[in-house]
Design a protein around this ligand. Structure first.
Ligand SMILES: Nc1ncnc2c1ncn2[C@@H]1O[C@H](COP(=O)(O)OP(=O)(O)O)[C@@H](O)[C@H]1O
Ligand SMILES: [Mg+2]
Length: 333
């Protein structure tokens, strides 16, 4: 368990982290999602012990590690792997030499480095690239080298700061699958820092939403995104809508409003819309619909136009909410 307790960080008079509390369970993939400037990279540097908080603490298992220094800090840091958006590889070294680097500077036996590097490159699926200069590798291959390097000293935790943000969707998929597989086979704790909803919905189990230096929501991916409470979480979920459905014509007809309806769990088995129409004098026009996968669970989402008298529309929305459907007024982004 990694605990972040009331962590604050101020840069140039600006509260970048303003009292962050998170508990990250072991042996899972934990997501921290937020927009650019939310404080994600600052948080991961503090959680990974590259930087100290102004106040608050970072606790690994039961041990407060944020006040470690000297050799104890270096040793503890070695048990953390980190990967970044821009890979941070040595461009003058080959893939194999990059992976060898952390072994050279740790107390790894010199005569075992060669085989360990081979083993690590094999683990990330690029054993054949050992002697390739970094400049010859694709983005996905570079991230694989970075992952192999991060795992060299058998860390307990892998921190990934926007690890797939520079990659195309297909490569993103393959890197996420690799991270998931490594998490399972090595019993790693993986912390995924991202602004990409796809990353969270594909591989994370729990998630925190960071906004303006504060955690605004926390829970399982399904809980957080099927019942979004904060505007920023709603924005992230809106990104999951297929592109062609994001831009819907604006309504000009009086007495008509557009809503997003989200269905999860038991309500997905009920004929809820036909019951709505029998109960209230409203009409429903379905404009768009999709099913999202949230960490393996389904969530249905419909964008509908509801027409009728204002009172009937208000009552219809309240009725839907009571019946477990998340109702949100729809605004074109
Ligand atoms: N070392 C630093 N010195 C001064 N300001 C910083 C530093 N690191 C981050 N910031 C500021 O903190 C805010 C959050 O940055 P960051 O943690 O990188 O956010 P994110 O990763 O979510 O985009 C930004 O306004 C950024 O300019
Ligand atoms: Mg960042």
């Amino acid at each position: 368990m990694i605990q972040i307790r009331d962590v604050k960080k101020n840069y140039d008079g600006h509260d970048v982290l303003d009292g962050v509390d998170i508990s990250i369970p072991e042996n899972s993939v934990y997501g921290i999602i937020g927009k650019s400037g939310a404080g994600k990279s600052t948080l991961v540097r503090i959680a990974g012990l590259l930087e100290k908080p102004d106040s608050g603490s970072v606790i690994y298992h039961e041990e407060t590690v944020s006040d470690l220094s000297g050799v104890a800090l270096l040793e503890r840091r070695r048990k953390n792997g980190m990967i970044f958006q821009n890979f941070n590889l040595f461009s003058s070294r080959t893939a194999g030499e990059n992976v060898a680097y952390p072994l050279e500077i740790s107390r790894f036996p010199a005569n075992g480095i060669k085989s360990r590097v081979g083993e690590l490159l094999d683990l990330v699926g690029i054993a054949d690239k050992r002697d390739s200069p970094i400049s010859r590798l694709s983005g996905g291959q570079k991230q694989r080298v970075a992952i192999a390097r991060a795992l060299a000293n058998s860390p307990d935790v892998l921190f990934c700061d926007e690890a797939t943000s520079a990659l195309d969707p297909q490569t993103t998929d393959s890197i996420l699958s690799l991270i998931r597989e490594l998490q399972r086979t090595m019993n790693l704790t993986v912390v995924m820092i991202t602004h990409q909803m796809e990353v969270v919905s594909r591989i994370c189990e729990r998630v925190s939403v960071l906004d303006g230096g504060r955690i605004v929501e926390e829970g399982t991916v399904h809980e957080v995104f099927s019942r979004p409470k904060s505007p920023v979480t709603r924005e992230f979920i809106a990104h999951l809508m297929p592109e062609e459905l994001k831009e819907l014509p604006t309504t000009t007809v009086a007495g008509t409003d557009k809503y997003r309806l989200r269905f999860t769990g038991a309500v997905t088995d009920q004929p809820i819309l036909s019951r709505l129409l029998r109960t209230f004098p409203v009409e429903v026009n379905i404009l768009a619909g999709t099913i999202h996968q949230l960490s393996g669970e389904h969530m249905g989402e419909l964008v509908v136009e509801l027409s009728g008298e204002e009172e009937a529309r208000t009552k219809a929305c309240a009725w839907l909410s009571i019946h477990g459907i998340e109702v949100e007024e729809y605004a074109n982004e």
